[in-house]
Design a protein around this ligand. Structure first.
Ligand code: PLP
Length: 396
């Protein structure tokens, strides 16, 4: 049986069209795009077509603004380290407390080991930034502002254009980790105040191990991966041609279906949300109801452990993810939910459901049939839950 896969913010299924498009580049058209002979040289055209498709999805001014990388993590490092290298007189980075570890841990390292000052932006109970704080933390000392376009755990969308304008007023560069936004919401970078965008193939039905960094034309740039002349001297290493072709095809599919799919996915997500809220007491939405990706639902279930919910869901063939990461044997609640001030009673019982273009109404119905019983059962057997069960029953 195929799983009911509601963990698309972790990774997505490779679209059949993407897989088909990639196949010839393994055993038939395996030439190196930098070769002088036509067997390799012809492949360079496919790389160029993929670059153009991605540029079109981003609403970039030119395909030359797209640099292929190994994924979101490399793109994030490239953007931030490039800004620091090209603005040596500026020693500050502004970023949010809810970034993905790809940005978070790089910034922590730069503060701890390299002497940079990191100014952290906080979020409110709904996961949103305080624009006054943004304004006050960006200064003439800021080299780069790095704020994600949309949060991977809650789906909350940040006002990136507005933040970019503030960054530019102070002479700082603007980077956004748009790994979760690209392919899910429309982007138009032509007239934007954004210098760098990170994206990743495996979040938009492309393959793993391929991504891109958008670098706005004219932005000063210093490469992270040094080596050959590939990517116009901006990223050394022989191109991952099958991955690039796959990402280009994924971009084309995303652009074609964006509005229609978003509408459908949003309706399914809302159906799931309404069903959960109506059928399960003491369940709370984590994140802002409106300013949110159409595919993401993060719910905190009070008086129950997220890991136990996930295990029971897994037994029923349902894949979701918990807000907690299990670190060295202790259950650490998610840094995102903690930054939002989600109360202790539900931070440990938070579950993220993330849908995709392949999610069906039947799958959502199935989850709504199984989930209430799972939560009720876990609350009834957990000592922590049992204490509160009486109150739960009184309310419902
Ligand atoms: N940034 C965000 C917001 C993500 O969700 C992820 C993946 O989970 C990454 C960066 C890392 O991307 P990759 O897996 O391509 O390195």
């Amino acid at each position: 049986m195929n799983p009911v896969y509601l963990d698309n913010n972790a990774t997505t299924k490779v679209a059949a069209e993407v897989f088909e498009a990639m196949k010839p580049f393994f055993c038939e058209r395996y030439g190196n795009p930098s070769s002088m002979h036509s067997f390799g040289g012809n492949v360079a055209r496919d790389v160029a077509a993929a670059r153009a498709a991605l540029a079109a999805l981003l609403g970039a001014s030119s395909p030359q603004e797209v640099v292929f990388t190994s994924g979101g993590t490399e793109s994030d490092s490239t953007a931030i380290l490039s800004a620091l290298a090209t603005s040596p007189e500026r020693r500050e980075i502004v970023t949010s407390r809810v970034e993905h570890p790809a940005v978070l841990n790089l910034c922590r390292y730069l503060a701890r080991d390299k002497g940079y000052t990191v100014r952290w932006l906080s979020v409110d109970r709904e996961g949103r930034l305080d624009m006054e704080e943004v304004q006050s933390k960006i200064s003439d000392h800021t080299a780069i502002v790095s704020v994600m376009w949309a949060n991977n755990e809650t789906g909350v969308i940040f006002p990136i254009q507005q933040i970019g304008e503030i960054a530019h007023e102070r002479g700082a560069l603007m980077h956004t980790d748009a790994v979760q936004a690209v392919g899910k919401i429309p982007l138009d970078l032509k007239a934007s105040a954004i210098d760098f965008i990170s994206l990743s193939g495996h979040k938009l039905h492309g393959p793993k191990g391929i991504g891109a960094l958008y670098v706005k034309r004219g932005t000063r740039f210093s490469p992270f991966v040094l080596g050959g002349h590939q990517e116009s001297n901006r990223r050394g290493g022989t191109e991952n041609v099958p991955g690039i072709v796959g990402l280009g095809t994924a971009a084309r599919l995303a652009a074609k279906n964006l509005d229609e799919e978003n509408d459908r996915v949003r309706r399914l997500r809302d159906k799931l949300e309404q069903g959960v809220m109506a059928g399960i007491p003491f369940a709370h939405l984590n994140g802002h109801k409106e300013a949110r990706l159409p595919n993401t639902l993060n719910v905190g279930f009070e008086f129950v452990e997220g890991e136990a919910i996930l295990m029971r869901l897994d037994e029923k063939g349902i894949c979701a993810s918990s807000g907690s990461a299990c670190t060295s044997g202790s259950l650490e609640p998610s840094h995102v939910l903690r930054a939002m001030g989600v109360p202790f009673t539900s931070v440990h019982g938070s579950i993220r459901f993330s849908l995709s273009r392949y999610t069906t109404a039947e799958e959502i119905d199935y989850v709504l049939t199984e989930l209430p019983g799972i939560i009720h059962f876990l609350r009834s057997v957990s000592p922590f839950g049992r204490e509160n069960l009486e109150a739960i029953c009184r309310v419902h």
